[in-house]
Design a protein around this ligand. Structure first.
Ligand SMILES: N[C@@H](CCC(=O)N[C@@H](CS)C(=O)NCC(=O)O)C(=O)O
Length: 310
C-alpha cells in the first residue's frame, strides 16, 4: 500500500487531531504543507474544491474530513476505537459536540493579538491579512452559530471541568485512547499550546491527560512536495468498492458539500453512498480518475452540478 499523504498546515487544530492520531498509531505518513487558505492548487485538483483541512490521500483515493481520515487510520492500524463508526452513543455525542461547538469556542476564545502575531511570524503580514479576510467571508456563509468573547471562554472552561470529572482512567472513555480523546485534544492544544492560555492549570487530570496525548507526537513522516501527491494519484487507480452502492443517484452527476461551514461544493459522479460514506468519482487531466471520500453525516448530496451551496 502507498503511504498516506496528509495535506495540512501547522496551526490547524483538525490537522493536529490527525497528526497526533498518526503518532499514536505509528502509521508512516508523508506530509504536504499547504497554505492556511485557498487557493490550494493541488488540493483543488485532488479534492475538487473541498476547502477544509486536513485532507488525506492514499494513491487515487482522497479523504475529506477527519471523520473519514480516522476511519482509514482505524482500519490500517486495526484499532476500531479510532473510528466513530460503531462507538457507543455517549462517545458519538461527545465527539459531535467537541468537534463543532467546543472547537469553535476554543478558536474564538484563544484567537487574540498574540495568536495573530504568531501567524504573521509563521507566514507574513500580507498572508495574515488575507487569512482574516478569508475567515470573515467563511463566517458569513457558515450555518453554525458560534459563541464569542467571554461566552466562548466559559464554554471551554465548562468543557475542561466536565473532562476533569470524566477522567477516572488515563483516557476519557477508558485506559486506551479512542476517537473522543483525539477530538478533545485538538481544541485544548489550540488554547494551551498555540494560544498559551493557562486555563488547564485549574484541571490537574486534564493537564495530565493532555501531556499523555501530546507524548504520542506526530510519528514518522517524510516531507514531500504537493506535486508528488499528484504523481501518486496518477500512478494509481481508485481502490475497488467493497460493496455495491444502493443510492438512486449512483452513476449520476452530483454535487456534495459540507452542511455546516466551508460549504464549497465538489462536483463529480456519485460512485457510492450509504449511511456512513459518500464517494464521488472525479477526473482531471493531470491525475486521471480519483475517488473523493466524505462522511455521510454533515454532508449534503444534490443531483446535478450546482456551483453554489444551497
Ligand atoms: N469537520 C472537519 C473540520 C475541519 C476544519 O474545520 N478545519 C479547519 C482548519 S482546523 C479549516 O478547514 N479551516 C479553513 C481552512 O483551513 O481553509 C473535519 O473534521 O476535518
Amino acid at each position: 500500500m502507498q503511504d498516506l499523504i496528509l495535506y495540512h498546515y501547522s496551526m490547524s487544530p483538525f490537522a493536529e487531531k490527525m497528526r497526533t492520531m498518526l503518532g499514536y498509531t505509528g502509521i508512516p505518513w508523508q506530509s504536504v504543507t499547504v497554505r492556511e487558505m485557498p487557493p490550494r492548487k493541488v488540493l483543488t485538483i485532488l479534492a475538487g474544491g473541498y476547502r477544509k483541512i486536513p485532507v488525506a490521500q492514499i494513491g487515487a483515493d482522497v479523504f475529506c474530513d477527519t471523520r473519514v481520515i480516522s476511519d482509514e487510520l482505524a482500519r490500517i492500524s486495526g484499532r476500531p476505537e479510532l473510528s466513530l463508526t460503531g462507538q457507543p452513543q455517549d462517545v458519538i455525542d461527545f465527539v459531535r459536540k467537541t468537534d463543532l461547538e467546543i472547537f469553535f469556542a476554543c478558536v474564538m476564545s484563544a484567537s487574540d493579538k498574540r495568536m495573530l502575531k504568531k501567524l504573521i511570524k509563521e507566514t507574513s503580514l500580507w498572508n495574515a491579512l488575507l487569512f482574516l479576510r478569508d475567515r470573515i467571508a467563511m463566517g458569513k456563509s457558515s450555518r453554525v452559530r458560534t459563541a464569542r468573547g467571554p461566552k466562548a471562554k466559559v464554554l471551554v472552561l465548562e468543557h475542561m471541568s466536565s473532562m476533569e470529572q470524566m477522567l477516572t482512567n488515563d483516557f476519557l472513555f477508558g485506559d486506551q485512547p479512542c476517537i473522543a480523546d483525539f477530538s478533545a485534544y485538538h481544541g485544548i492544544w489550540f488554547v494551551t499550546d498555540l494560544g498559551e492560555k493557562s486555563w488547564i492549570e485549574d484541571y490537574p487530570k486534564v493537564k495530565d491527560w493532555f501531556a499523555r496525548m501530546k507524548a504520542f507526537g506526530h510519528g514518522s513522516y517524510k516531507t514531500i512536495k504537493d506535486k508528488q501527491g499528484l504523481e501518486a494519484a496518477k500512478s494509481a487507480t481508485p481502490r475497488a468498492l467493497d460493496r455495491a452502492s444502493k443510492d438512486e443517484l449512483t452513476g449520476k452527476p452530483v454535487t456534495v458539500a459540507p452542511d455546516d461551514y466551508g460549504r464549497d461544493p465538489v462536483m463529480g459522479t456519485l460512485a457510492f453512498a450509504d449511511d456512513k460514506r459518500i464517494i464521488v468519482s472525479r477526473t482531471h487531466k493531470s491525475v486521471g480518475e480519483v475517488h473523493v471520500h466524505f462522511p455521510r453525516q454533515g454532508f449534503a448530496i444534490t443531483a446535478g452540478h450546482n456551483k453554489q451551496p444551497d
